[in-house]
Design a protein around this ligand. Structure first.
Ligand code: UDP
Ligand code: MN
Length: 277
């Protein structure tokens, strides 16, 4: 059918991938991404940070964008970065906007394959809910509104058609006012705009994952099918490591398991030769 032929035309070239990061994770999170999945989507991936780092600017061929947003984990600050991610997507002219956090591993070929199932000329909000029920916000002190949202920590994708419909509400920095209006983080605000204001429902895509799930429960023979993975680790909390269970490098060298995961998926990478077998 026409539908099929159009969708198969979607390639990596059509996707704008944004990664939210910050000065706090320049040494702990960014290098792993740059070494692994970024190498498979160098032209399509952009990092939104809050610092100038010539080394990273060089390693990414100028794909680090200093948003000059404040650097902390406050809804306002995160919304500031997401607002820039969205505006850059609009300017890019690409067909899909996909956001990820810097503690995500993104399985690039799988992302492309899944997007080929959907038509970017229709309204699509693809993601994974953090909790399996709607959230609610107090809106303008008048009423309580319920809606669903895709958790930013698992990644979400928005078709160009839908992104354009969000534009009067969210473009040119207006997204930040929406965040402030509902006093919620950026991913909740995205859900609020799409589900509540535009009346478009999220489509649950179970291949998106965040560290809100137990990563070790993903079976080895299913890893290749997933779009994104999460990682969580807190200093001095040995038991709270949440990472993909995959053989490869030792846990001290590769605590996130993202290097090992990358070698499991793409064993031809040079650095994978260092795995002791
Ligand atoms: N982040 C940030 N500044 C901060 C903390 C976090 O920009 O001070 C970004 C971080 O780079 C990541 C996202 O916000 O992309 C989510 O942060 P994190 O994974 O630390 O926390 P979570 O929201 O998953 O608990
Ligand atoms: Mn996180």
């Amino acid at each position: 059918s026409l539908e099929d032929s159009v969708n198969k035309n979607i390639t990596l070239e059509d996707i704008f991938i944004s990664v939210k990061t910050s000065r706090h994770y320049q040494t702990s999170r960014l290098p792993v991404i740059l070494k692994t999945w970024f190498q498979l989507a160098k032209e399509q991936t952009w990092f939104f940070t809050d610092v100038d780092n010539p080394l990273h600017q060089n390693q990414t061929n100028g794909h680090m964008i200093n948003t000059h947003c404040p650097s902390y984990h406050q809804p306002k600050h995160l919304c500031c970065k997401t607002s820039m991610e969205y505006d850059h997507f609009l300017d890019s002219g690409k067909k899909w906007f996909c956001h990820f956090d810097d503690d995500n591993y993104v399985n690039i070929p799988r992302l492309v394959a899944v997007l080929q199932r959907y038509d970017h000329r229709l309204d699509w909000y693809l993601g994974r809910q953090s909790v399996n029920r709607p959230v609610y916000v107090n809106y303008q002190k008048k009423k309580i509104l319920y809606f669903r949202f895709g958790t930013g920590g698992a990644g979400y994708c928005i078709s160009r058609s839908l992104a354009l419909k969000m534009s009067p509400i969210a473009s040119g920095g207006r997204f930040m006012s929406v965040c402030e209006g509902i006093r919620m983080p950026d991913d909740v605000a995205i859900g609020f705009i799409i589900e509540q204001l535009l009346k478009v429902n999220i489509t649950e895509v179970p291949e998106f994952h965040s560290h809100l799930e137990q990563m070790k429960l993903l079976p080895l023979n299913k890893l290749r099918d997933q779009i994104s993975f999460g990682f969580f680790w807190k200093k001095n909390y040995k038991d709270t490591i949440n990472a993909v269970n995959v053989p490869g490098f030792n846990a001290r060298y590769d605590p996130t398991r993202f290097l090992s995961l990358h070698c499991f998926l793409f064993p031809y990478f040079q650095f994978c030769k260092l795995i002791r077998r």
